[in-house]
Unconditional design. Structure first.
Length: 172
């Protein structure tokens, strides 16, 4: 992922349709976007498609990006999350009863943290899962989450706390 400084270096060129600047932004961001999308869209081919759509939308909206309102990384993550949620809505991917039952089985075993994280997310609703992933998987700060989701920093803290309280309340 490009640093904010690297992104700002290429921003002016990209806004002026300079192909090298656009390529640098794309190549420096597409893997980051793909990894975010993959958290929502489990099929790798579909995730690649959604990541590509995200990058297209990001370039179309690049003129609307305002560095004073937050980092490019957060802005791009918000677009990726919204594209992923839109794709999920169109494709109606829901958590099955079987997946929920598997989650409880996982809690009784000592599986790797990544697998446990996926099982935990399977019992959360879309909004909770989004917060969980931003905070725990992508290691966003509360400020970055607030910026990406358009909520306050305190609201991010409260919502993460509620998610943790809910997860702790589940039977083991």
């Amino acid at each position: 992922m490009l640093t904010q400084e690297q992104f700002e270096k290429y921003l002016i060129g990209a806004l002026n349709r300079d192909i090298d600047s656009e390529r640098a932004i794309y190549e420096g961001s597409v893997d980051y976007v793909y990894n975010i999308v993959l958290k929502y869209v489990s099929d790798r081919d579909d995730a690649a498609d959604v990541a590509q759509e995200t990058m297209i939308q990001a370039f179309e909206k690049l003129k609307n990006y305002n560095p004073s309102k937050g980092k490019f990384k957060s802005w791009l993550a918000k677009i990726a999350i919204n594209r992923s949620l839109k794709w999920l809505g169109k494709n109606k991917q829901m958590i099955s009863q079987e997946s929920a039952e598997k989650f409880f089985e996982v809690l009784e075993t000592s599986e790797p943290t990544e697998l446990l994280s996926e099982r935990l997310k399977s019992v959360l609703n879309e909004g909770e899962r989004e917060l969980f992933e931003l905070y725990f998987d992508l290691e966003f700060s509360h400020a970055d989450i607030a910026n990406a989701l358009g909520i306050s920093v305190s609201n991010s803290r409260v919502r993460i706390h509620r998610i943790l309280t809910y997860l702790r309340s589940l039977p083991s």
